[in-house]
Design a protein around this ligand. Structure first.
Ligand code: MN
Length: 242
């Protein structure tokens, strides 16, 4: 008898210039390598279809992409905010709400971590360089390829991230100009970049909800912590199938 793999829903990237959703193969490969069955969702869906998706899929993976619209966290658009896709923002916020009501495991990557924080009432820096100045700025927009780490992340003891990664410091890549600012009620910050920027959020009273600011989908081939992150997510998705 064939054992069913956990069905993982991936929200798509969005190219704002071409008005096109797309998916990066790195995400598909990372989920497959972890034992999941990846399926890419459309960019927007009516609520009743999202309800079915939240009920049917075993895990939700919120991928990276354009900036989140500032109205969704109660701000005017700042001069250095990037392009947005409001349709995608609204779909993802509804999907997070429905998936959480169903207790489904959720992994957020980059923008995915930011929108998880916004969905729970937190906000983000619209632009790190102009809103989070540092005396010795850490590079969050690396000029080299994505499989090379750019900065360290300090892992907070006793967190899900520590349990998954099994170490107190991670080497991560960094391709983001936005980041979590005010942490949402109910979430904790479990990883920080040098200088204090939040790089990982999680929800301790929920079965499995974690958002990372870096891109583990480009690291897993050379990084055990990234393998373990996707592995823990797919394992949590498998656990709720029973
Ligand atoms: Mn970073």
């Amino acid at each position: 008898m064939n054992k069913k793999k956990p069905l993982i829903a991936l929200t798509p990237y969005f190219n704002t210039e071409r008005d096109e959703p797309y998916m990066r193969p790195a995400f598909i490969n990372a989920v497959r390598h972890a034992g999941g069955n990846p399926v890419v969702l459309p960019i927007d869906q009516p609520e009743e279809d999202l309800q079915q998706i939240a009920d049917t899929f075993d895990g939700i993976l919120l991928t990276g992409g354009p900036d989140v619209h500032p109205f969704l966290f109660g701000e005017e658009t700042q001069a250095h905010c990037g392009n947005v896709c409001l349709r995608r923002d609204k779909t993802e916020l509804a999907l997070i709400r429905l998936a959480m009501a169903a207790g489904k495991p959720i992994l957020g990557v980059c923008r995915g971590a930011q929108i998880l924080n916004i969905s729970q009432g937190g906000d983000i820096y619209q632009d790190i360089p102009s809103q989070f100045p540092q005396e010795f700025p850490v590079c969050h927009d690396q000029p080299f390829y994505y499989d090379i780490p750019a900065h360290h992340v300090t892992v907070e003891p006793g967190t899900l991230l520590e349990k998954i990664a099994g170490k107190s410091t991670l080497e991560v890549n960094s391709m983001h100009h936005q980041a979590v600012r005010k942490l949402a009620p109910g979430l904790i910050a479990s990883g920080h970049a040098p200088g204090g920027l939040i790089e990982c959020v999680e929800k301790p009273d929920y079965p499995f909800l974690i958002g990372v600011q870096w891109h583990p989908e480009y690291l897993w081939q050379n990084d055990e912590a990234a393998v373990r992150l996707f592995g823990a997510f797919v394992e949590a998705a498998a656990a709720q199938m029973k």
